[in-house]
Every structure is written in C-alpha cells, then in structure tokens.
Design a protein around this ligand. Structure first.
Ligand code: DX5
Ligand code: ZN
Length: 224
C-alpha cells in the first residue's frame, strides 16, 4: 500500500484561533497543513498571505503546503519560503513562465508543484516533470471550501497517476499526487484507487465535532 497523507485545509479552520487549530489538527493525526492563498483576482476570494504563514510556523513541525491561487505568482515565492513554507504549488495558467517559477520555488528550498483546475489540461506537465515534486488535482473550482467533489476528476487523477509512474519508472525520484476539493471519508477510498496519495480535506475535518474521529474515519476508509 502507498503512503497516504492527510492534509487538512486551514481554510475551514477558525481564523481567530489559527495557531491552536494547526496544533489540534496535527495532534489529531494529520500529516500536513494545507494553506490556501487566494488573491481576489485569480480566484474570487481573499484569504491569507506570508505573514499568516509565518505566524503559524512555530505551532507545528509538520510540513506547510502552500497552495497559491494568485496571479502573478513569482513575487510571493520568496516571501512564503521565508515564512516557513515547505511546499509551494501554483496554477500554471497564472504564471507567465512556468519553468522559471518552478525553479524559483526549488531554489528557495521548497518542494514545487503545479495545480490543475477541473478544466486545465495536464499537458502543462510535459516539459517540466524534472522540476516537479507534487501534482495537485483540483476536484472543485478553486475559491471556496465546502463544495462537492466533481466526479470527472477521477479520470484526471488516473491520467496524472499514469504520467507520474511513467516518469518515475524511467527517471526515479518521488512525485506526490495530491487531490483538493470535496474529499470526505466516503469518497477518499475511490480517490485513492484512482491514484492519489495525498488528500486535502477542509470542511470534512474542520467542520467535524472531533478532528481525530474525522481523520481516523478517512484512514480507515483508506485501509479498508
Ligand atoms: C479550494 C481550496 C481547498 C478547500 C478545500 O479553493 O483550494 O483547499 O479548502 O475545502 P473542502 O475540503 O471543504 O472542499
Ligand atoms: Zn487548496
């Protein structure tokens, strides 16, 4: 069985108590903190920036996975790296120079990844696989938590899995396949069967009365 990682999205946490919300979800068994950055330009919502990332950094040793839903991208990369991000992903259509942005992320000591909206083709991966540590498939349109999983994403996940396996069989290395949007205990097994190994879950964790129970339900579904 692959290594599965659960990455609760802070988007659904209580913004008045972010440090505590980070600690609680990691104590409850989560692996990664997913940090959604929205700019009211690339997506129709506005969330948090590098200062908030820096503020939560001392509250956990778990990796912080920064999902940039912003345009332009580049100026934020050094700022988030400095603020303690471990991974930085961005949407290829939001960057004029995808190869440059990916290199910039790695040069700043972070893992780099591309994010694909439901209708964004995977061919953006074609010439940059050597610069990629993570592929993030959006299973909702970005901008809001609590939306329902778009079923067609399963085909996209399978296609991304094939690309990753083909690449790593030939060149080695490790590329994570993360899925973001509408992930719950009752669909996570199917998403894993399609090839995902890293699962973002915002509302399914933070809107649950007990984070541990919610995360354990997902792990049970993945194991079963
Ligand atoms: C959506 C964000 C997601 C979101 C997921 O634009 O990128 O990370 O918080 O929330 P749920 O799990 O509630 O769909
Ligand atoms: Zn996200």
């Amino acid at each position: 069985q692959p290594t599965y990682r659960i990455a609760p999205s802070l988007l659904s946490a209580d913004f008045a108590r972010l440090g505590e919300e980070v600690r609680n979800v990691i104590d409850a068994g989560a692996d990664i903190i997913h940090f959604d950055v929205m700019d009211n330009h690339y997506v129709p919502n506005l969330t948090m920036g590098p200062m908030v990332c820096q503020a939560i950094r001392p509250h956990t040793e778990a990796p912080i996975d920064v999902h940039l839903m912003v345009k332009p991208v580049d100026s934020l990369v050094p700022m988030f790296a400095k603020a303690g991000a471990n991974m930085i992903t961005f949407h290829p259509e939001a960057s004029e120079h995808i190869d440059r942005t990916l290199s910039m992320i790695r040069d700043h000591g972070c893992k780099a990844g591309l994010v694909f909206n439901p209708a964004t083709p995977l061919h953006y991966l074609d010439h940059v696989m050597d610069k990629i540590d993570m592929v993030l498939i959006m299973s909702v349109n970005p901008g809001f938590g609590g939306q329902s999983f778009i079923a067609e994403s399963l085909n996209k996940i399978r296609a991304a899995r094939t690309r990753i396996d083909t690449w790593t069989a030939k060149h080695g290395g490790e590329i994570w396949l993360e899925v973001d949007g509408g992930v719950k205990a009752d669909n996570i097994a199917e998403i894993a069967r399609a090839g995902a190994d890293t699962f973002v879950a915002g509302s399914a964790v933070y809107n649950a009365p007990d984070y541990r129970v919610a995360i354990e339900a997902m792990r049970r579904a993945l194991a079963g």
